[in-house]
Design a protein around this ligand. Structure first.
Ligand code: ADP
Ligand code: MG
Length: 604
């Protein structure tokens, strides 16, 4: 028997293995190539695909290009111009840094690379099959780089089998470009598939304009800008308000230092910020950008670089959550606020991201693009707001069910409006300068009560009103055991109860916000909602869920006629309440008919 079983794999095999991690499908190859173009300081990037990118994908840019020598080396593994030493890994300022992408992609395809630096008289063309260079020759091209990949995975049949249908691969390519385009608004992008243009995004003047190009002017106009800076972490972006929601999180975009990431922490911060503002299972459209010092985030933790690790994840979560939550509690659109310094503008040097020593990161690219590309969304006072002439990308997202015409566009001061009366014993009709508002009395009262309960919970516990004479509540014997088990939760909600024999409870006090009467009915309602399995709750947010139910049961119903005094009281309380435009379950508190809409209906 031979003495050695272990040997070093040939470079080509090693590249194919690496490709398995880096290049999963055409969209990941496109992502890597476009990231290279961005790192090269490109101002315009054109992408063409055939057959979802499986037959052919080509990316061409007007970036810094490569010398013929560099171009040849660039196809080798661990060939990079972006870092020099392991120390550089602690502060990565480019999208690429591992020198893997070109080698990996080349090893599983037929590649043609053409590149030329602006100062060179001619460019070089390199053709490679499965990573082996077959030919190099001089060529005439415009300054920049063009990379064409044909027959992706032709030599890795196992990979080929995992490719999905052409439309699926194609939309993954479009989505990958869309994510990169959102952060790099100063760069023009186009995508064509099988010779048809899918989109053509001109260079935008601001991130907001890019959001308009991608999500459409109508949705963008419904979005709020938000920003917070804490502990050298800056979080900013655009987000839809509570009346807009989507069935999937497809329009939730999160970025860290200009890199699109799928980060659980940030997704959770978004979900929690919208909790009680959106119906369960619905998602906002949001572009959320986090910027922090490069040394405070490790980007070298995932093969496709779509995950990161924060040094202080608690602070990142808190800043993101607060930035959004504070903004959502005051849902006023920019138009109503006047010119806002929060509108995101073109890249300026960020105080958080400014490199400590100011040395160029990627020498070739730095000479061409003045602003560092990874800085992403920037703050400028009074960003120019350019009307969107572009048709939104055909990425087809389902709009929420509300008719947008009826959606609230700004937060009114309800108590300042003229009360016209009550409609169907359920809705309060109000007149504002802009039109007519209908307030859902139950949703309004529910929000008011819920916020009161929540505030009490924060300040040490739900306030209890003690009854003069305790009440005995008989329990359904079949459910009695469950109810007894839920006594601690009932107490946490403000019911002063104790077991009274095996099948009864003694009620001595109830949540004070609902007044002295009705405690017993409210308790019965909550017991009713226990269901078969009881409440499986733990932790603060679960208790909040119960408080939502409590607020719902304890609030005025649709169907109850209100006195004018009660109406004024309710509106005044509503105005003092956070998140007043939605009930705790996320339904709107009011809808609005603008004067224009009413006049149009009368064909005036
Ligand atoms: P990385 O991006 O991690 O450095 P890649 O394999 O993606 O590794 O690219 C290798 C090198 O090739 C890059 O560091 C860069 O110098 C050069 N390169 C790749 N694509 C381009 C491009 N479009 N324009 C200019 N240079 C490029
Ligand atoms: Mg790269």
């Amino acid at each position: 028997m031979a003495g050695r079983l272990i040997h070093i794999l040939p470079e080509q095999v090693a590249s194919q293995i690496a490709a398995g991690e880096v290049v999963e499908r055409p969209a990941s190859a496109v992502k890597e190539l476009v990231e290279n173009s961005l790192d090269a300081g490109a101002r315009r990037i054109d992408i063409a695909i055939q057959h979802g990118g499986c037959a052919r994908l080509a990316v061409s840019d007007d970036g810094c290009g490569m010398s013929p020598e560099d171009a040849v080396v660039s196809l080798r593994r661990h060939a990079t111009s972006k870092i020099n030493s392991a120390a550089d890994l602690t502060a990565i300022r480019t999208l690429g840094f591992r020198g893997e992408a070109l080698a990996s992609t080349a090893s599983v395809s037929r590649m043609t690379l053409r590149t030329r630096r602006p100062a060179d008289a001619a460019g070089i063309e390199i053709t490679a099959t499965a990573g082996d260079i077959e030919d190099t020759c001089a060529c005439a091209i415009a300054p920049g780089t063009q990379i064409e990949i044909r027959d992706l995975f032709f030599n890795t049949p196992a990979r080929l089998k995992f490719l999905k249908t052409v439309p699926t691969e194609q939309s993954a390519v479009a989505a990958a470009i869309q994510r990169l385009a959102l952060m790099n608004y100063q760069v023009a992008f186009s995508l064509s598939a099988d010779g048809r243009s899918l989109f053509d995004l001109p260079r935008a003047a601001s991130s907001l304009e890019r959001v308009r190009q991608i999500l459409g002017a109508k949705l963008a106009a419904q979005m709020l800008t938000f920003e917070a800076v804490r502990n050298a972490i800056r979080v900013h972006g655009l987000a839809t308000m509570s009346h807009e929601s989507f069935a999937t999180p497809r329009l939730v975009f999160t970025f860290v230092n200009g890199r699109s990431v799928r980060d659980k922490l940030l997704t959770r911060a978004v979900a929690q910020a919208y909790q009680s503002l959106l119906p369960r299972g619905r998602h906002p459209a949001i572009v959320l950008a986090v910027e922090l010092r490069h040394e405070d985030v490790d980007v070298n933790v995932h093969p496709m670089k779509t995950e990161v690790r924060f040094r202080n994840s608690g602070a990142v979560f808190e800043t993101a959550y607060r930035a959004l939550r504070d903004r959502l509690s005051d849902q006023t659109v920019e138009g109503a606020r006047g010119p806002s310094a929060q509108v995101m503008g073109p890249a300026l040097q960020s105080p958080i991201l400014a490199p400590a020593s100011g040395e160029p990161v990627h020498a070739a690219a730095a000479s061409q693009s003045q602003t560092h590309r990874s800085t992403g969304l920037r703050l400028i006072p009074d960003a120019p707001v350019v009307a969107a002439t572009q048709r939104p990308l055909g990425l087809g997202f389902a709009r929420s069910d509300d008719s947008p015409a009826l959606a609230p566009t700004s937060v009114p001061t309800y108590s300042g409006l003229r009360v016209l009366g009550q409609l169907f014993a359920g809705y309060i009709a109000l007149e504002s300068d802009e039109g007519m508002l209908l307030v859902d009395q139950h949703a309004a009262h529910e929000r008011v009560t819920f916020e009161k309960l929540r505030a009490q919970l924060r300040d040490g516990g739900i306030q209890i009103q003690t009854m003069l004479t305790p009440l005995t509540i008989e329990l359904n014997p079949a459910r009695a055991a469950q109810v007894q088990a839920a006594i601690p939760h009932l107490r946490a909600m403000g019911f002063e109860v104790e077991a009274f024999g095996a099948t009864a409870l003694l009620l001595k006090g109830s949540p004070a916000v609902f007044g002295a009467e009705g405690g017993a009915r409210l308790l019965s309602d909550m017991i009713e909602s226990l269901g078969e399995s009881g409440w499986r709750i733990s932790g603060q947010s679960a208790l909040e869920e119960l408080l939502k139910q409590l607020a719902c049961h304890g609030s005025v119903r649709v169907g109850r006629a209100l006195e004018i005094g009660e109406i004024h009281g309710l509106l005044a309380e509503l105005d003092r309440t956070e998140f007043k435009t939605n009930c705790p379950h996320g339904r709107p508190v009011h809808i609005q008919f603008s004067r224009g809409q009413i006049e149009r209906m009368f064909r005036r």
